[in-house]
Design a protein around this ligand. Sequence first.
Ligand code: FEO
Ligand code: CA
Ligand code: CA
Ligand code: CA
Length: 713
Amino acid sequence: APAPAAADPKLGFNAVAKDLADRVTVPAGYTATVIYATGDSIDPAVTDYKNDGSDDNFGRRSGDHHDGMHYFGLDAGGKPTLTSNDRALMAINHEAINGTVVFMHASGQTNAGSSAGPRPEAEALKEVEAHGASVVEIAKSGGKFAVVRNSAFNRRITPRTPMSFGGPARGSALLKTKYSPAGTDTRGMIGNCASGYTPWGTYLTCEENFAGFFRRGGADDAARTAKELVAFKRIGLAQGAGGGQRWATVVPVDGTSTEYARWDTSKLGASTDGTDDFRNTVNTFGWVVEIDPYDPTSTPVKHTGLGRFAHEGAWPSNPVVGKPLAFYMGDDSRSEYVYKYVSKAVWDAADANPADRLATGAKYLDDGTLYAAKFNADGTGTWLRLDLSNPAISGNGTYAFADLADVLVNARLAADAAGATKCDRPEWTAVNPKNGEIYITMTENPDRGSVGTTSSNNVSNPDVEPAFPRYWLDNKGVSTQNASATTLKGNVNGQVMRIRETGNDASATTFNWDIYLFGSQAKADAGLDDVNYQKNVNLSGLSDFNDLSKPDGCWFSRASGILWIQTDDNAYTDVSNCMLLAAVPGQWGDGGKIDVVNQANGKPGAAGTGPVTVTTYAGKKMNDTIFKRFLTAPLGAEVTGLAESPDGKALFINIQHPGENTAAANIADPSKYESHWPGNGAGVAAYGPGGATARPRSATVMITKDDGGVIGL
Ligand code: FEO
Ligand code: CA
Ligand code: CA
Ligand code: CA
């Protein structure tokens, strides 16, 4: 990789305005180009995408809902390299399909409703295969990348792709299924949200909202052990859950396939050892999966040592020869935890380009220790060890962990027992290549402070934590999304936190933290709504150049040193569509401790007439020289995924689910689609058929600078 810049980068573009149009905007002097959209063929034998929902064979097309991704350089001979700026394999996650209108079918979904009949197999097959990940070759000519449709590297990995387990839970009773009675293998991956990569040249893809894909029958509780019930409750899979797209209702044409039946985790066979039924199938999802993008015949590996939860992403520490590697991970649900995995093996520079990448993966990812973070009030923190050597886990009364496999399969329960800090939905983590500091997006938590209720995962909602100071005082005045709110709303705009490991050692068990940035609407402090709650909301001093809500993606460019931040807020669209912003990382501690806030009136320094007073931490003050908006998205879309060519002259992002708010009943009427992007050519060259009436598609977008320079500088 190129050496990081010597100093903080200087942002060299003019901020784009907030935008509510169905288009992509980028700064003057930049061009956005779509290179890979839902339904694109990756095989010359598979037909071009048509704008009518008739395409099948999604096992050889782009999946839907592009999310995390990574650029893997290829040299002229097709070998891995970190220095190629004109040829690469792009690994891209396909997290989900639309929950409202499903544009990949001609007339939307058949029998989508909870009380409808069986789903047609052909529709379900398309939907299943639209999940997972792509590995596609891209090559540059004339200054722009395009997908190489006939590349032998092109591959779709889907919920049907055979995978193996690695790590301590491999072979565990909890992973034994009809598909793999030995509990060593499994079939496919689901809900692949954000991503990661390894220093040995493989892709990490992370299963997030896996539980929602499963049906649980209305009487399943009675067939389960007490421990199973605790485990189901903790992943939010309630008895009676209908299971997402209801794939389990498919009656397969061959009469014997378990392809669909497995999505009903309450289908219990005669045997109770897990080998004759689907009781454990849900345990085979929720992992970090390693893929070797350079070997299209390789079998992906689910590394159980990194724990099972709603994984957002898994990003490595900066490798140091002779020291362990760490991977930082968020569990993206309200009131969940930040985790890190530390390898037992220490980094050997000879592993940077190994002959057997997945064997190297086993070396670093299958023997190590999982930790969860505790954020203390004084700005320090502790990594709590999640194994049976921790007496809080071995002696836990809520759930009697049988062994390490049980701890890893039920990592949330282990982190509960250990006493980790409930966070405001931890999403991406980004490690600063210059100094190893870790940035973490905490996207939102409206439940923060609403003590006594329970979250979707049945965790008792947290009261105020010093690391999460925005609770009900931010109820009003944050965005017009809350203008009519009469109840307390917690942290609705999110924040970006920062961790610095003690001694800059990724294997340290203690750290310091601060808050880098608070999301807010710029005019919140100008008295947007309610006079009682208008102050102390825009804590980072955001302006119209950089105000944002619900930070999600965050990622460092190694070429420019810019920290890129992306948003996913479908409520902030009264203010702007989602966006990509560029930030200068700044110095440790510049988001310092500020004030004591009275919970009764939300005002700094006031006497404690409310239930409690708490110390809050200021975000860094973000003027438009160090933080500004670079891109806005089409209607209904989130901005996610970040990758670059090593020279920093091509930046890639994903536009996820444009038009997702279209009503299912309107699929036959393009005039009622929320979005027609990218077929409408709005902000990009028109991509694919359909023009102004195109069906909307998720897509990977390449951003280039018209003068050929590094993006953002
Ligand atoms: Fe799939 Fe947490 O975003
Ligand atoms: Ca995300
Ligand atoms: Ca999100
Ligand atoms: Ca999304």
